[in-house]
Write a protein that binds this ligand. Structure first.
Ligand SMILES: O=C(O)CCC(=O)C(=O)O
Ligand SMILES: [Fe+2]
Length: 203
């Protein structure tokens, strides 16, 4: 056991410019992280994602789900989904994320990556349904994976590792100026669940 486990400083901005990314490390002890992971695996309405890539409809191996305060429709990879009502676990996780970050969220996109062969390619989350420059809070459960940012103009890169139970927040102009991706890897053989709490525009 490590006697002096240093918590990451969530005030540090991991990006050198044009946006803000804060890493909070793990929000849970390993038992609690495992409990949330199992409950989400069991209780979330996981579906294979449909995306339109180069004009062709494809079905991803990765599974997704979309929850929110209201049945918001959300257009993602050119397909539209309607948000389901919060489950108990999601309500607890949303509350905890809001307490930690001081931000409010009204929706959550979940991703289930069965192993390292599934990932997400370079993109930014600036869909028109999302509040402009609203914070996006990302919780990771299960396998630890690498996560990268790339500046849209300069190609500068920032890399980190998303631990089991960890919270990462992207805010300010991050989505306007940076892309992010979850690279695939042959080394990871176990699943990971990711939750991104977001704020959908209500007009
Ligand atoms: O799985 C992750 O950590 C990232 C997911 C993501 O970028 C997204 O859902 O937009
Ligand atoms: Fe994203």
């Amino acid at each position: 056991m490590k006697l002096f486990e240093l918590e990451p400083d969530s005030n540090i901005n991991l990006l050198p410019k044009d946006g803000t990314v804060n890493y909070y490390g793990s929000l849970f002890d390993s038992q609690e992280a495992h409990l949330f992971y199992s409950k989400l695996l069991e209780n979330i309405a996981w579906k294979n994602d449909e995306a339109i890539i180069f004009g062709k409809k494809i079905i991803t191996k990765r599974k997704v789900a979309w929850y929110g305060d209201k049945p918001y429709s959300y257009t993602y990879s050119k397909t539209t989904k309607s948000a389901l009502p919060w489950t108990t676990e999601l309500q607890i996780l949303k509350q905890r994320t809001e307490d930690k970050t001081g931000e409010l969220f009204n929706s959550c996109l979940l991703n289930l990556y069965h192993d390292g062969s599934e990932g997400m390619s370079w993109h930014s989350d600036a869909e028109k349904d999302l509040k402009k420059n609203g914070a996006i809070a990302s919780i990771s459960l299960g396998a630890e994976r690498r996560f990268l940012f790339k500046h849209k103009r300069t190609n500068e890169k920032v890399e980190l590792s998303l631990e089991n139970g960890s919270l990462l927040v992207m805010k300010g102009e991050t989505q306007e100026n940076w892309l992010h991706r979850l690279p695939t890897t042959k080394k990871i053989l176990t699943p990971r669940i990711n939750l991104t709490f977001r704020m959908i525009k209500e007009d």
